[in-house]
Design a protein around this ligand. Structure first.
Ligand code: ADP
Ligand code: MG
Length: 321
């Protein structure tokens, strides 16, 4: 039987107890948390983008530079951490100056917008892949873990779902729809850094949607020992995504497609008004899409029926991928 990505990580790299007293949180969340001094924690994450797996061959280098950093800032946002430093490990088939200049432009422009310093990295020759490590700062005990969801909490989502998934289908020629904004969402995701900073004082659990809502919310449910039911009619979907669903009949796409980099989080009923006020002030779209329940698993209320959404989501190494 093929070994799934998350089972692989758990089995071979996730079973050691922390040996250092400053290691608050290790393998298994959007970032690790290290107590660097009293009152301050460091959030650390690393992600790799491989040509042909995470982006199509020939992808515009400027967009790729942006995205390589954006996906890491998104993991910091999911912890409620303020981005501070990044390192960049590049593996390149050749040193193409025009490619490098575009890549650096996309990467450094985004870094500048969020006040992040590029402090080091590594450059090697080989098949194109980009690894970025990001470090951010969060006030002690305020980091948003996946394990804090409680029965009765609302399940929320920033922005819209499925646009990046539609963008990928368009690039692959699998959707005959004119939707440049969906392709832009795939190629240049905007990390929800400001929203994450606000949520650090409000949400009970948080994850960024990188592998699809069903799978990523599943991580919160598993880590928190709870379940959830989502309401289909509350899912925030762009008009082009609705159009695609009507044309194709593929209603599950927004739940399973990755790359949206929105934040999915849970908030207790007492904090909901404050959440809505703060997100409105930030001008950040934010929808309540369901509720946390004690019954394990992920369900969807759709047209008076309850559908089981277990085991939806993207996993590297699992059979079928
Ligand atoms: P995300 O999608 O938020 O970037 P991942 O799904 O990549 O998170 O990883 C899940 C968890 O497993 C994270 O805590 C990550 O740091 C950890 N992890 C992944 N691969 C390894 C590895 N080879 N060794 C140790 N930890 C790993
Ligand atoms: Mg993540």
């Amino acid at each position: 039987m093929a070994l799934g990505e998350f089972e692989l990580i758990r089995r071979f790299f996730g079973r050691r107890a922390a040996q250092h007293s400053a290691t608050l949180l290790g393998v298994g969340d959007d970032c690790a948390l290290l107590r660097i001094e009293r009152g301050t924690d460091l959030a650390v994450t690393v992600d790799t983008l491989v040509e042909g797996v995470h982006f199509l061959p020939g992808t515009n280098p400027e967009g790729l530079g942006h995205k390589a950093l954006a996906v890491n800032l998104s993991d910091l946002a999911a912890m409620g951490a303020r981005p501070a430093w990044v390192t960049l490990a590049l593996t390149l088939p050749e040193a193409d100056e025009s490619w490098l200049s575009g890549f650096a432009e996309g990467f450094l422009k985004l870094a500048e917008r969020y006040g992040v310093d590029l402090i080091g990295g590594d450059t090697t020759r080989g098949p194109l892949s980009v690894t970025v490590q990001a470090l951010g700062i969060v006030e002690a005990r305020r980091a948003l873990r996946r394990s804090g969801a409680r029965v009765g909490d609302g399940v929320y989502l920033t922005g819209e779902l499925g646009s990046a998934g539609l963008g990928l289908k368009i690039l692959l020629g699998e959707a005959d729809i004119e939707a440049p904004e969906a392709v832009a969402r795939l190629e240049r995701p905007e990390p929800r850094v400001q929203a994450g900073l606000i949520l650090a004082g409000i949400a009970s659990a948080c994850i960024d949607v990188s592998d699809g809502l069903a799978g990523d919310l599943g991580h919160i449910l598993e880590a928190s020992g709870v379940g959830a039911t989502l309401e289909w009619s509350r899912l925030p979907l762009a008009a082009s995504v609705r159009h695609y669903m009507v044309l194709s009949g593929d209603w599950a796409m927004p739940l399973t497609a990755g790359d949206d980099y929105e934040l999915c989080f849970t908030v207790s009923p007492e904090r909901e008004r404050e959440l809505v006020r703060r997100m409105t002030d930030l001008n950040c779209a934010c929808a309540r899409i369901g509720r946390i329940e004690s019954l394990p698993g992920l369900r969807m209320e759709k047209d008076t029926r309850i559908l089981d959404l277990a085991a939806m989501g993207y996993q590297h190494f699992s059979s079928g991928n």
